[in-house]
Design a protein around this ligand. Sequence first.
Ligand code: HEM
Length: 475
Amino acid sequence: MTADDLFASTAPFHTSAAPGTPPPGCPAHAGAADRRLYGENAERDPMAVYEQLRQQHGSVAPVLLHGDLPAWLVLGHRQNLEVMQTPSVFSRDSRHWRDMKEGRVPADHPLVPVTAWQPLIVFLDGEEHKRLRAAVTRSLSQFEARGIRTYVTRYTHELVDEFAGAGRADLVTEFAEQLPLRVMTKLFGMLDEGPRFRDAVQDALKATASAAASNDIVTQGLADLVARKQHTPGFDLPSLLMNDAAGLSREEVREQLRLILTAANETTVNLLANTLRVVLTDSGFRGALSGGQMTLPDGLEQVMWDDPPMMTLLGRWATSDTRLGEQHIQAGDLLLLGLAAGNVDPTIRDEDTVVRGNRGHLAFSGGTHECPGQDLGRGIVETAIDVLLSRLPDLELAGPKEDLSWSSSLMYRKLDALPVKFTPVRRELTPARAAHDAGSVRSVPSSPVATPPAPATAAASGSGAPWWKPWARQG
Ligand code: HEM
């Protein structure tokens, strides 16, 4: 069966209909509902949709994206790796997309912003990709894990200070959504314009009425930043990129910075929120941490198997006719990498498979485009959780875990809120806070007013080490 056979029922593409709304009663769309990766079903429970597709089609399934645009969803772990590791056949270059070339993707289609080709690391293959990627990886590698952890610790304290006295917080909006951007603006060397710029980035990423204006602020902010760093370079990402041996132009630096901002933010926010959710809702996970059977870094890998920050990854485009799994892929077909589905592929994993500490998951993709920021992402999340739990050791979910809800889009499944309660504590005097407060606040206690009780497991251990990292006892 070819893609055209499979998708014949969806042609022609109705450009006049709003994306996602096929004409009522249209026989051409009969049976399409099961293959849609948009709409109510897919948004409510994407994993259930992937499993149904796996049962019907095996490791590679024909799916429909907004407006019933055809694509392949790669569900098998092995097949995902095959696609990631064979760029000559499965290209990152969206200009291969047949539906786009033949005018079936309207200009206002919701996928256009993530598929319209641009000279960015994510749309390139071969030598051009190597050149830009080398500059990005070399520059990122300059930031030592230790140094990054210092900033993450400081920013985590700052964020916790903002809600520590209340005894309640939403760890998604007040913590997970805030931290990665603070770290990134620090790496970008944006000290003064930090808060305004961060607000604009967050707003631009959401579909708000002011998103376009915020996007302009981000674009202008990055252009100003690059211009400034050209004259006064520092130890920051723009300066490192600009002075890299690959010889990037100013525009190239600005655009890679913009890409890094988006690539780093939503993924790290989700990893942090997803891991905190597991810590707070899965007594086995928390028990393994507190009992010393699992380290936090190992736990993180488990979360990336079970609840990866990106559900799917768009995309790859076939450069020639080929076979993948049981399907015939045609030149120009769009493929979506099923990162979450591949992680639970029953051919590589069953209920007994130990995934703690195992880095074989697909959360960071693989092959030539594998995430170059993964160590940074891991470092941010590990440090943030470490510091958060040491500040608020009796942190617990406020309300039943069944009340938690998620919002899903094609690539992301995002926790809406993570309400928690804890014994209120006063602000910690961090160096940053101290500098900020100098002269205005005379005496701020440097330790919590009340030392909250640790959970029973830690209390029972009788150790002075924090309950979530008992391995520290050996040190
Ligand atoms: C824990 C959080 C993160 C996750 C789960 C994640 C995941 C991913 C994934 C799945 C890709 C796509 C690879 C492909 O196309 O096959 C990617 C690419 C990328 N990520 Fe990350 N990422 C994370 C954090 C970061 C951070 C912190 C940075 C930078 C500071 C970053 C920078 C990038 C860049 C530049 C690319 C494009 C690489 C290329 O196309 O060659 N990511 N990431």
